[in-house]
Write a new protein. Structure first.
Length: 327
């Protein structure tokens, strides 16, 4: 089902640009288009699904304030809540760092820092939702969120002259993947392969694919904090049965190196979560998939979803490089 804003409202997301990247095209050996979700009002693709969810809440005239968890999802919820005149409480883990907390408070959200990783914060959010009677906005595991994210693919259909040969996305909890699959079904592109990128230490989707069932990581150690869900959503695993999905896992150093290279190439600073997707292109992994016969060769084009850059700045990039021994 295509997402329609409640009560005829305009969606909170913008139609993001689709631009060819000459440096990425050179690295891959085929035309690469960037879907620039980092220019969304809240800084990431999350505003598509979270905004749609919040408009649905307002459309149903629910009196309780919504509740959300997660950095980028929280920023999207805070942005949408401010537009709708709704209060919002956002629970984030300590791994999120100070930048999203400051940005959330600037948007008028009440922020609670709880636990080490997203799973800890989510448990706290569910507890608050139950005890306070609030509406809970899950950052990635809800049909309304997937419906909102599906708009990304419909925009691709309108922007591209032909169907792409592959789409590269970062996977954390699986909300973007679920939205892309929903969108591919809507436009009749369900045969387009999806390359799902994660970092080691946050590779719950990769482990689930390998096991054929949901797997909970004992801990998350990646610096790509937006990917650190210990367990991917069940819907993400279903998506891999509906569309061709290829899992690729990169090192933290590769993701951060890709962030730095992308900054030089395209003059845009993105988060390590996005760096995981970019690393698939910069590192030669796409060509390897082709040589293994898992991906068609040649490809007409490749789309990479530049998923977000709201929670990083230059000093943080330097700190990540130092932490990983890259300087």
């Amino acid at each position: 089902m295509a997402a329609q804003p409640a009560a005829g409202q305009k969606p909170f997301h913008v139609v993001s640009p689709v631009l060819e990247s000459l440096p990425l095209s050179k690295a891959v050996g085929t035309k690469v288009f960037m879907k620039l979700e980092n220019v969304q009002p809240s800084g990431s693709f999350k505003i598509r699904g979270i905004g749609h969810f919040c408009q649905d809440v307002r459309g149903r005239a629910l009196p309780e304030p919504p509740l959300s968890t997660g950095g980028n999802a929280g920023l999207a919820a805070a942005y949408a809540a401010r537009k709708l005149g709704l209060p919002v409480t956002v629970v984030v883990p300590s791994s999120s760092g100070p930048t999203p907390v400051r940005k959330l408070e600037e948007l008028g959200a009440t922020v609670e820092v709880y636990g080490k990783v997203w799973d800890d914060a989510n448990r706290r959010a569910q507890e608050l939702a139950k005890t306070e009677g609030w509406v809970s906005i899950h950052p990635f595991d809800h049909p309304l969120v997937w419906e909102g994210h599906a708009s990304l693919v419909r925009e691709l259909k309108d922007s591209l002259e032909a169907k792409p040969g592959a789409i590269v996305v970062a996977v954390g909890g699986g909300g973007l993947l679920a939205g892309v699959v929903a969108g591919l079904h809507q436009v009749g592109w369900q045969d387009v392969p999806i390359i799902a990128a994660e970092t080691w230490g946050a590779h719950s989707f990769h482990e689930a694919l390998k096991a054929g069932r949901l797997v909970t990581l004992s801990d998350v150690t990646s610096v790509a904090t937006c990917l650190v869900a210990k367990t991917v959503s069940a819907r993400a695993l279903e998506c891999a049965r509906e569309c061709p999905v290829l899992s690729e896992v990169v090192e933290d150093t590769e993701a951060v190196r890709a962030v730095e290279r992308f900054l030089d190439d395209e003059r845009m600073l993105v988060q390590p979560a996005c760096g995981a997707a970019l690393a698939v292109l910069y590192s030669g992994r796409l060509q390897r998939l082709q040589s293994e016969g898992r991906l068609r060769a040649p490809l007409a084009s490749v789309v990479v979803v530049v998923c977000g850059g709201s929670n990083i700045h230059s000093a943080q990039l330097r700190a990540l490089k130092s932490q990983l021994g890259m300087e």
